[in-house]
Write a protein that binds this ligand. Structure first.
Ligand SMILES: NC(=O)c1ccc[n+]([C@@H]2O[C@H](COP(=O)([O-])OP(=O)(O)OC[C@H]3O[C@@H](n4cnc5c(N)ncnc54)[C@H](OP(=O)(O)O)[C@@H]3O)[C@@H](O)[C@H]2O)c1
Length: 379
């Protein structure tokens, strides 16, 4: 296993880290983690060299991932790893809430400190809210108390906001969504380079787009991989792409089967930084183009069509529909589309007013497309 220095700190993390957002569950029930199985998987990874475990309060709902981590890291395993947790400010309304949230996390995880602590999932208004809640005062206090060692943020918004946040505070690291389909999405490639150039460690989340890139490649994409000299699975293609990047400290992977743990450890052993040669690297943009050729609705997400008077989030409806077709993951995409929080934004709310049609630079017949999605997908 390769170990990579976390930015300018004096610690090194394993190239593969264990994300506990998708632990195995009992009968697929989201908040019932299958503890014996999770223990076996995570400990196997640790015994094979993984030294970073990542958790957060919302994973598996209301701290269930954190309390699973406590059990998983019992029997001396806590001392073998660096542990990371996150301040999810959307659960807090005051400084005191943030402090209570943090202390609750230490207790649930059964630890007296977090090695890495993360201002969680910054996007939209959350950055402004975090500053308003005075989270940096809290972080400095908890650092003084020895309860936080290194500080970072995780991010899901535009490159411009990423740069603003990266420049605001002397962060030790950041967590970015990055995979070979998302090089121009969110912070993207530019964010990865910017963070590394500033001397920040970079942890990567969603290297397989939440598992979608692990699905069997459609024939258009398989034809690209046929030109490669490596015989990787779909997951191997995605994970090796990220491990290859010298700017990346650690690739976080959520693994819920032993075969996945074993495969990803083997990949982390094989794919050291700079492992892919130029010919191999050149295949990834080709694979991306092959996936993109499967897009059904050529929406560019410019959002000129928004706001919709009926509240429909037009680009996101199109995105889910396209994802289902591109990644052979119709059920996965439908689950996103049918999540309760998406109720007011779902295509079914379209009243066919037609206001969006003239605003679309791609001239998409938006109401017809929304109707098609509703007919095919609505519960
Ligand atoms: N801070 C944030 O805002 C944030 C957001 C997202 C994630 N994260 C962190 O980043 C971690 C990684 O993100 P992620 O879980 O979305 O990563 P991911 O690697 O993109 O997706 C994980 C899924 O990929 C599949 N998978 C992994 N290895 C595989 C293999 N070898 N073969 C086949 N399938 C494989 C599994 O899907 P199946 O379940 O279908 O088997 C697994 O659940 C999370 O666990 C979490 O700790 C943080």
């Amino acid at each position: 296993m390769e170990y990579r220095r976390l930015g300018k700190t004096d610690i090194s993390l394993s190239a593969l880290g264990y994300g506990t957002m998708r632990l195995p569950t009992i009968d697929g029930v989201f908040n019932q983690v299958d503890i014996p199985k999770a223990k076996e998987l995570v400990r196997k990874a640790i015994d094979s060299g993984v030294n970073y475990v990542d958790t957060a309060y919302p994973y598996h709902g209301n701290g269930f991932s954190e309390s699973a981590v406590k059990e998983i890291l019992a029997d001396g395993y806590r001392d073998k790893v660096y542990l990371g947790d996150k301040l999810s400010v959307w659960f807090c309304e005051s400084y005191e809430d943030c402090e209570a949230f943090f202390e609750g996390q230490l207790e649930r995880c059964g630890t007296d400190h977090f090695d890495l602590y993360v201002l969680h999932s910054l996007a939209g208004d959350l950055w402004e809210k975090a500053k308003k809640l005075d989270v940096f005062r809290l972080f400095e206090q908890k650092k003084k108390e020895g309860k936080i060692k290194y500080l970072g943020f995780s991010f899901h918004d535009s490159y411009e906001l990423f740069q603003e946040i990266a420049d605001y505070y002397p962060w030790d690291f950041c967590i970015l969504q990055y995979n070979f389909m998302d090089t121009d999405h969110q912070a993207g490639e530019r964010g990865l380079r910017y963070a590394a150039q500033k001397g920040m460690g970079v942890l990567i989340m969603e290297p397989l787009k939440g598992g979608q890139l692990a699905n069997e490649a459609p024939k258009e994409v398989a034809a690209v991989w046929a030109k490669s000299k490596h015989r990787f699975s779909s997951a191997g293609r995605g994970i090796s792409f990220v491990l290859n990047r010298p700017e990346v400290t650690t690739v976080l992977s959520g693994m819920n089967e032993m075969a996945q743990v074993e495969e990803n450890i083997a990949l982390a052993n094989q794919c050291t930084s700079g492992f892919l040669d130029a010919e191999e690297e050149a295949l990834y943009p080709q694979a991306r183009a092959a996936y993109e050729s499967l897009i059904q609705i050529p929406c560019t997400r410019c959002r000129y069509c928004m706001p919709c008077p009926a509240g429909v989030d037009i680009p996101n409806n199109f995105d889910y529909y396209n994802m289902g077709h591109m990644y052979q993951s119709m059920e996965h995409a439908k689950n996103f589309y049918n999540r309760p929080y998406f109720d007011p934004m779902r295509s079914t709310n379209c009243v066919n007013c037609g206001q969006c049609i003239d605003k679309c630079p791609q001239n998409l017949p938006i109401p017809d497309l929304l109707k098609k999605i509703s007919e095919e997908w609505a519960k």
